[in-house]
Design a protein around this ligand. Structure first.
Ligand code: ADE
Ligand code: ZN
Length: 329
């Protein structure tokens, strides 16, 4: 066993973290009041849902509190502050879904520039670097809308926005649906990741072969989650040979699957995949970077060598350039 303190203190990069899922309940309450936005429950009781689809509804609702560039700056800064304290965060790559925020009356450049302001302030205060991943919600966007999202990211190119992602309910948008958006991103030199084989979906809704589609059709250079791949020895062998990095998340408060996560992550590691440990939506799932590591290690009984392995993996799997990676190693 390894002490909690060690697991919290070991330096970490986080590669799978949705900005809208990081908001402190107190910040949500304050911004909602200021915006005159009525929440269905008090903010400290907001993060409850019957199932994964209910969770996505709350996530989209919570996103409605971010209205100005200052709000985006504050959200980034507060998450870095929390994750430095809770898990010694050194680098983070935030997903943001631009279309979650358009109803708030903010446009793409304003939200991104707001986040960049927060990134720079957090870098100055904590020495933590951050990058941004422009994300497509597959359950609410058509293929044409996904192309538009990528076109917008390209038209308003910012150095901090280094890639695209695909989240939401996998069964609603199998990966091949978004081939055109991903091809466009690749031509523009953007990195590509996608939520794939997440265990809140059945093996029919998110089959192991989705990995092969993400690899070959979307040409992903990283994969978020991946648990359902364990059902196919063939797909696991391919993934091991490919060497892509995976971003499973140690803890989820999504009902039904919480007890299985640590064992699934253990099996992914033992199968030889390149695994990193992440929080996904830490505020909403009532977890944090240190808590994810401590619950996982408690459950599996790994020692400090594995903690160091995950720490290094998170640097190697990041989308930092080579000189920034070597500064973190
Ligand atoms: N959006 C935020 N977190 C997500 C997750 N775990 N799966 C799909 N979409 C998400
Ligand atoms: Zn996610």
């Amino acid at each position: 066993a390894v002490a909690d303190g060690y697991l919290r203190r070991i330096p970490k990069a986080e590669l799978h973290c949705h900005l809208a899922g990081t908001l402190r309940a107190t910040t949500v309450a304050e911004l909602a009041a200021r915006a005159g936005l009525a929440l269905p429950r008090p903010a400290d009781k907001l993060y409850q849902w019957p199932d994964f689809y209910g969770f996505l509804d709350v996530l989209r609702l919570t996103a409605l509190v971010l209205r100005t560039p200052e709000d985006f700056s504050r959200a980034v800064y507060e998450y870095v502050e929390d994750a430095v304290r809770d898990g010694n965060l050194r680098h983070v790559e935030f997903f943001f879904n631009p279309d979650y925020f358009y109803p708030n009356g903010i446009d793409y450049p304003a939200m991104v520039d707001g986040m960049i302001e927060g990134i720079e302030a957090a870098k100055k205060m904590f020495g933590v670097s951050s990058l941004l991943i422009c994300c497509i919600d597959r359950s609410t966007n058509t293929p044409a809308q996904a192309v538009e999202i990528v076109e917008t990211a390209i038209a308003h190119r910012r150095d901090h926005v280094v890639g695209i992602g695909l989240d939401g309910a996998e069964r609603a948008g199998p990966p091949a649906t978004f081939a055109e958006a991903y091809a466009l991103a690749k031509r523009a030199g953007l990195h590509r990741t996608a939520h794939c084989c997440e265990d809140n979906q059945t093996l029919v809704e998110a089959p192991p072969t989705n990995y092969l589609i993400c690899r070959d059709v979307l040409q992903c250079d990283r994969i978020d989650h991946g648990y359902n791949m364990l059902a196919s020895d063939f797909v696991m062998a391919e993934a091991r040979r490919d060497g892509l990095y995976f971003t499973p998340c140690a803890w989820t408060s999504l009902v039904h699957n919480r007890p299985h996560r640590p064992q699934r992550i253990r099996r992914m590691v033992e199968a030889g995949l390149n695994v990193t440990i992440n929080t996904d939506d830490p505020a909403m799932f009532e977890t944090d970077l240190g808590h994810g590591f401590t619950t996982l290690f408690e459950s599996i009984g790994w020692g400090p060598d594995m903690a160091r392995k995950f720490s290094l993996n998170s640097v190697e799997g990041s989308w930092l350039d080579e000189s920034d990676k070597s500064a973190l190693r």
